[in-house]
Design a protein around this ligand. Structure first.
Ligand code: APR
Length: 173
């Protein structure tokens, strides 16, 4: 698997799946969640509402992942995950690792060859980008160990600022 650290807008990435840093409601928000919903178009919210009515009436738990089509995005799928929110005491790095792990597993089950992650929880949810990068790195290592023949060939981290990208470069080398 090739890992790439990029600076830019994740909604423009021509990959099979992009990961959304959502909230448990799955009904949209600000930050990257808002950007993805704007770029995907209204069908994305309709798909999320359908998931809430059928599969996840209580919402998506922190650390979980669920898939929708990408609609107007270049990406074929959106993998929605909910990062831990430091402001409400969700400070366990294992919750962050779960976001990355469950998203990788979802992408692999789709047969995706490429996936792009934002810096989950590094915005509104108040986590330090370096901590997020460490959790991502650990999750990737575990995924590589547990998954012998994954379809995934490229994992992108698409960061919205140079400081965040530098934090990831320090961890990923
Ligand atoms: N492309 C890539 N990264 C982006 C983009 C974008 N278009 N927009 C924002 N980001 C970055 C932020 O700069 C931050 O580094 O994504 C990272 C995650 O920040 P948030 O989007 O605030 O996500 P998070 O910290 O996980 O908080 C989630 O915020 O938007 C709401 O509905 C969302 O309630 C949820 C909460």
């Amino acid at each position: 698997m090739r890992i790439e650290i990029l600076e830019g807008d994740i909604t423009t990435r021509p990959v099979d799946a992009i990961v959304n840093a959502a909230n448990s409601s799955l009904l949209g928000g600000g930050g990257v969640d808002g950007a993805i919903h704007r770029a995907a178009g209204p069908h994305l919210l309709e798909a999320c509402r359908e998931i809430r009515v059928t599969l996840l009436p209580g919402g998506l738990p922190v650390g979980g992942a669920v898939v929708t089509p990408g609609f107007h995005l270049p990406a074929r799928w959106v993998i929605h995950t909910v990062g831990p929110n430091r402001h409400v005491g969700e400070t366990d790095p294992m919750l962050l690792r779960s976001c990355f792990r469950e998203s990788l597993r979802a992408a692999d089950s789709l047969g995706a060859q490429s996936i792009a992650f934002p810096a989950i929880s590094a915005g509104v949810y108040g986590w330090d980008a370096g901590e997020v990068a460490k959790a991502a790195s650990a999750a990737l290592d575990n995924f590589a160990e547990e998954t012998t023949a994954s379809s995934l060939e490229v994992v992108e981290f698409v960061l919205f600022s140079t400081p965040t990208a530098d934090a990831f470069r320090r961890i990923f080398g």
